[in-house]
Design a protein around this ligand. Structure first.
Ligand SMILES: [Fe+2]
Length: 148
């Protein structure tokens, strides 16, 4: 029961700032002294994880491990905790997302969590490269972490 409740809260809080307009995201970061890098400035949508993590800690007293999973659910990062990985895969396979290889990702996530995170990163980075879009350094570092 407790796990279910924590998942529910987690599910709600991780996207707390998703609908915040981009100019408000940037203003929130400036006001709260959250560092914004070049890629985030170009794509402020990425900031919703960082802002939600800040809110989760400040407003709800979430622990560091929960806040880390919330913050990095958008980009991933190197040396992710199990909770970071679970959050990352859960977000990618949430009910509101529909894409052709989603069943494969769900199956992989249930069997090999590291391979699943690696696969999502490879696909996501490949897509951004194909679109000639910049890739957040955290995502590149995360993928490198899983490569040999
Ligand atoms: Fe999100």
């Amino acid at each position: 029961m407790w796990i279910k409740k924590r998942q529910d809260w987690f599910g709600i809080v991780h996207d707390l700032a998703k609908e915040m307009p981009n100019d408000e995201k940037l203003a929130y970061c400036q006001k709260n002294h959250l560092q914004v890098d070049e890629i985030e400035r170009l794509n402020p949508g990425l900031l919703h994880g960082k802002i939600a993590a800040h809110m989760a800690k400040k407003e709800f007293g979430f622990s560091e491990d929960l806040c880390s999973a919330i913050q990095y659910h958008t980009t991933a990062k190197e040396n992710m905790s199990q909770l970071d990985k679970i959050m990352y895969v859960a977000d990618m396979t949430s009910d509101d997302r529909q894409f052709s290889n989603k069943p494969y990702i769900v199956e992989l996530g249930n069997k090999e969590l590291d391979e699943c995170v690696k696969y999502i990163l490879k696909v996501g980075i490949s897509q951004r490269m194909a679109q000639n879009k910049k890739i957040h350094l955290n995502s590149i570092k995360a993928l490198n972490y899983f490569m040999q």
